[in-house]
Design a protein around this ligand. Structure first.
Ligand SMILES: C[S@@+](CC[C@H](N)C(=O)[O-])C[C@H]1O[C@@H](n2cnc3c(N)ncnc32)[C@H](O)[C@@H]1O
Length: 270
């Protein structure tokens, strides 16, 4: 299908989101770490030890940087190449890349480079040829790279419908912000089935949703995405394999819109 402005892209398909990244329409990206995530992770960890965290539809979220700095093993998945690549470039992280054959054709795994690779970059700089200012800044760069080397993260580039437990096994915790509420509606059931399968018994998924319509600052309703999803919808999607509780809510202004955020903690039966 097409119109005078070119082909019409169906809302919230992967093609739609790739176009958003290409056009730099990424207002959903937050410049700070999510407060509810910061509060909930220690509480969840106290009940069920968290080792591995999945961030489906991850974008280039800063939350992932915070979680790896807390010592968690983080795996993200996004179908926009820019998203996964910019996560590394934004934070000055070196990465290696290979085909993610266990996920599917065309999928790629981008992963922080091991320490020795990052050090090699510095070894090959002939320090005696550098002027003193560059020499000092390259030392800082070396220290920075060494610190970053501890930041171990894997980001998969590919459609979330292709991600399954053969790729990275199961996860203790899943963080979904701007994920399920931003997916094409036809993809939601399959996405939820995948998430339920990817959660370890006793593991939890924290979801940011929106209660009632998202409205603009002048008071008018704003169309999706994100979609409004209520508690009863989450219950019918996740029960009986999981319990669903709403645990936090707040009003959040962003990019000319006000979001009525509601957070759900979904826990898989042990
Ligand atoms: C609203 S953004 C949220 C990003 C991120 N969670 C954050 O908090 O900034 C949705 C993301 O999901 C990705 N996405 C949408 N549909 C997808 C699909 N079917 N497979 C993989 N990624 C998808 C988009 O590229 C986009 O980065």
């Amino acid at each position: 299908m097409s119109d005078a402005h070119g082909p019409t892209i169906k809302c919230c398909t992967l093609q739609y989101w790739r176009k958003h990244w290409n056009d730099r329409k990424i207002n959903f990206h937050e410049p700070i770490v999510n407060r509810t995530l910061e509060e909930q992770i220690p509480l969840v960890n106290a009940k069920h030890k968290i080792h591995k965290i999945l961030v489906p539809l991850c974008g280039k979220s800063l939350d992932m940087l915070w979680m790896i700095d807390q010592g968690y093993h983080v795996v993200g998945v996004d179908g926009a190449r820019q998203a996964v690549e910019e996560f590394f470039t934004d934070h000055g992280l070196e990465w290696t890349e290979r085909d993610a054959t266990s996920m599917g054709p065309g999928c790629r795994l981008l992963q922080t480079a091991p320490v020795y690779l990052q050090n090699m970059v510095n070894l090959y700089v002939p320090a005696e040829n550098l002027d003193p200012v560059v020499k000092i800044s390259s030392r800082f760069l070396a220290v920075d790279r060494l610190l970053n080397a501890e930041r171990n993260i894997k980001l998969y580039y590919g459609g979330i419908d292709l991600f399954n437990r053969t790729v990275e096994g199961q996860f203790d915790f899943i963080w979904d912000r701007g994920g399920i509420v931003s997916l094409n509606r036809e993809a939601v059931d399959g996405y939820v089935d995948t998430m339920k399968d990817l959660l370890c018994p006793g593991g939890s998924m924290l979801i940011e949703s929106h209660d009632s319509v998202v409205f603009t600052e002048d008071g008018t309703d704003s169309p999706p995405p994100p979609y409004v999803m209520y508690e009863n919808e989450f219950k019918s999607l996740f029960e009986p394999e999981c319990t669903v509780y709403s645990i936090d809510r707040n009003l959040h202004p962003r990019a000319g819109r006000i979001f009525k955020n509601v957070y759900y903690l979904v826990t898989k039966m042990s």
